[in-house]
Design a protein around this ligand. Structure first.
Ligand SMILES: [Fe+2]
Length: 229
């Protein structure tokens, strides 16, 4: 049976050095002013730290309604030829946007472009970038499915500066088991399958570590390109 989640050590993947190089270059901290604003929002505003919710099973109906509502706004914008709406209060500067429990970094960063190009070569196809996120210590992403965002295999390059302090947690769509994958190495590459008809519920927490991740949509036959040394 094909699983929905796989994790590898990127250093052990053949011909992955260039990808590792550009991925590492992207693990820089935002400046203190940005971090201060982040913590202020997380700790003091409506986004008040809901970390404990990640220990419970999600309220799936409520969350799916919210995800569907967001999708309606996106479709509306697309039909009217407008870019996806961004709440102006989330823009911190031209590089960083505030995303509730994490910071989202601009895709125009030159190392991000280089990383994307290396991936296109490695997987012999265009790998659509889906997110460049930084979770400062205490950061999180609540339970969600991404089912309206994409359909297919996602690859995330994940970096942490303290081990065993952060995780991706997911509910296996077939067995319904809640599985927590801890970040046990400074650098790992995770693959997981987003499926519209059988959503993969997942959430992320970075407790005692900073966590950087860069995500890409990869081809369905991605495993044909991954050869461990
Ligand atoms: Fe996600």
């Amino acid at each position: 049976m094909e699983d929905v989640f796989y994790s590898y050590s990127p250093e052990k993947i053949k011909d992955f050095q260039e990808i590792c190089h550009f991925s590492r270059k992207l693990c820089t901290m935002p400046d203190n002013a940005i971090l201060e604003q982040f913590y202020k929002k997380v700790l003091e505003t409506t986004h008040k730290y809901p970390r404990e919710k990640l220990e419970e099973e999600p309220d799936r109906e409520k969350i799916l309604r919210e995800e569907a509502f967001d999708e309606i706004l996106r479709v509306k914008a697309r039909k009217q030829g407008r870019p996806t709406p961004i709440n102006p209060s989330t823009i911190l500067n031209k590089e960083w946007t505030f995303g509730k429990g994490s910071l989202s970094r601009s895709r125009e960063e030159k190392n991000y472009e280089s990383l994307k190009k290396s991936l296109d070569v490695f997987f012999q196809t265009k790998c659509h970038a889906v997110g460049h996120l930084f979770y400062p210590k205490g950061g999180y992403r609540m339970w969600h499915t991404n089912k309206y965002d994409m359909d297919g295999w996602l690859m995330f390059l994940v970096h942490v500066d303290v081990l065993n302090q952060s995780f991706i947690r997911y509910i296996h769509p077939e067995t319904k088991e809640v599985i927590t994958h801890w970040d046990t190495a400074p650098f790992s590459v995770n693959f997981f399958h987003i499926n519209f008809n059988d959503p993969l519920w997942h959430c992320i927490a970075a407790d005692g570590t900073n966590r950087w991740c860069q995500g890409f949509l990869v081809p369905p036959n991605w495993r044909d390109f991954i050869h461990s040394t």
